[in-house]
Design a protein around this ligand. Structure first.
Ligand code: ATP
Ligand code: MG
Length: 133
């Protein structure tokens, strides 16, 4: 998962990680880094060319993001996604990260892999040393 630039700017990385840790997931890798457009075009390959893509990349590259790997039981990606809430914070239920902490679409605080295959692919992009294990 990624704490997006808005989460780092607002000092919410601890609050977000606390929720995942209290749920029972284990932090196994983390790096604060600036995501450039080339890296983002690989990460968000499915969205290249969509109407919101340029705005998404401008936002994701404006300041550092906190990239993390969380470990848990089978289908941990689904646990992470359920704690995150819906893509649009404005309609994401209270109790979720996006529902509790955000108000607008692009600045939705967190990214989470949407399948086991996505998680494997994204770990390969951001933490290649883990993927090789
Ligand atoms: P993420 O991949 O960042 O975890 P997600 O899986 O909930 O979010 P995606 O459909 O993968 O949502 O979209 C990626 C990001 O692109 C969203 O987090 C959001 O910031 C932006 N986005 C998606 N759809 C739209 C849209 N219709 N209009 C504006 N921005 C959008
Ligand atoms: Mg997505």
């Amino acid at each position: 998962m990624i704490c997006k630039p808005d989460a780092v700017e607002r000092g919410l990385v601890g609050e977000i990680l606390r929720r995942f840790e209290q749920k029972g997931l284990k932090l196994v890798a983390a790096e604060l880094r600036h995501l450039d457009t080339e890296l983002l075009s690989r990460h968000y390959a499915e969205h290249v060319g969509k109407p919101f893509y340029n705005e998404l990349v401008a936002f994701m590259s404006r300041s550092p993001a906190m990239t993390m790997v969380l470990e848990g039981p089978d289908d941990t990606f689904a646990i992470v996604r359920s704690l995150m809430g819906l893509t649009n914070p404005a309609v994401s239920p209270p109790g979720t990260i996006r529902g509790d902490l955000g108000t607008v679409m692009t600045e939705n605080l967190v990214h989470g892999s949407d399948s086991n295959e996505s998680a494997e692919r994204e770990i390969g992009i951001f933490f290649p040393e883990l993927a090789a294990e």
